[in-house]
Write a protein that binds this ligand. Structure first.
Ligand SMILES: Nc1ncnc2c1ncn2[C@@H]1O[C@H](COP(=O)(O)OP(=O)(O)OP(=O)(O)O)[C@@H](O)[C@H]1O
Ligand SMILES: [Mg+2]
Length: 259
């Protein structure tokens, strides 16, 4: 695997401005400013409960911000439904694997492709003629390296294969912006290495925002890293800048990264 860095530019594809989120009395996201640049791989790290998944839910439209603004390609998306945001070119995978366990790998991916073509509610009517859908599904199968388990049920895949399938599902809409929440959680070292390679390859030509606890993965994969602590970004920078940031060391990394 070539360890190519991505072709990041300075242009922002996703911008968060002073975003807040409270659940009742609990102020979980407390004024986040964040920018994902065109073509970059950007990791969001921070302790358990810092608000990383909440932030992803806000960006992808599962939650609405209590206040603040979120822009995708310069257009406001805060307040839009998740489906509408997906149509604008953003896709995400969840911290918890989110596939159809009773459908085969092929059927899972085909569902994702059909959704992109707006065909999922016309399943029986359209499927016979959906040659294009089948062809795209085959291509996607290959890209996420799951051709060999094409007919296996989603629920019978190994854990890492399920995560690959889930990444495939999020790629089915051909998103420009991809959000992955802990894609390597619960994986062995070997599975992690495999998935890192897959993510490196699949994120080419897209902008990736990634939540991950495995610091080795974070520091090798990311162009930039933002550190979220108690609902606030305390630092954003290159892996070297973050590794050497005293505040980050103190708040979070000290025990996790000894570079
Ligand atoms: N729907 C909700 N209602 C109330 N509180 C919530 C809700 N979702 C999240 N929280 C709270 O928000 C805080 C942040 O949770 P979140 O899942 O975003 O953290 P995280 O940084 O992703 O943590 P982890 O690293 O463990 O995945 C937690 O205290 C959690 O209990
Ligand atoms: Mg989380």
């Amino acid at each position: 695997m070539i360890n190519a860095t991505s072709s990041a530019s300075d242009k922002a594809v996703l911008t968060l401005h002073d975003v807040h989120k409270s659940f009742g009395e609990a102020h979980i996201i407390r004024g986040v400013d964040l920018e994902l640049r065109q073509g970059e791989r950007h990791a969001v790290i921070g302790p358990n409960g810092a608000g990383k998944s909440t932030l992803f839910h806000l960006i992808s439209g599962q939650f609405r911000p209590s206040s603040g603004e979120i822009f995708l390609h310069g257009d406001p998306i805060h307040g839009l439904e998740a489906r509408a945001i997906n149509r604008l070119g953003m896709a995400r995978s969840f911290q918890i694997t989110n596939i159809f366990p009773g459908l085969s790998v092929f059927e899972n991916l085909r569902f994702g492709i059909m959704r992109r073509h707006g065909l999922e509610y016309n399943f029986w009517k359209r499927i016979s003629g959906a040659y294009k859908v089948t062809q795209e599904t085959e291509e996607l199968l290959e890209r996420v390296r799951l051709t060999r388990c094409r007919d296996t049920l989603g629920g019978e895949l190994s854990y890492s294969e399920q995560r690959s399938l889930e990444i495939g599902m999020s790629l089915a809409s051909d998103p420009q912006v991809l959000l992955l929440d802990e894609p390597m959680a619960g994986m062995s070292r070997e599975e992690t290495e495999y998935t890192v390679g897959l993510i490196r390859e699949l994120s080419q030509g897209r902008s990736l925002m990634l939540v991950e606890h495995d610091m080795e993965v974070v520091f090798s994969l990311s162009d930039r890293i933002s550190v979220l602590v108690y609902g606030k970004i305390i630092a954003t920078g290159t892996p070297d800048e973050i590794r050497n940031n005293a505040q980050v060391q103190e708040a979070y990394l000290g025990t996790e990264v000894k570079a």
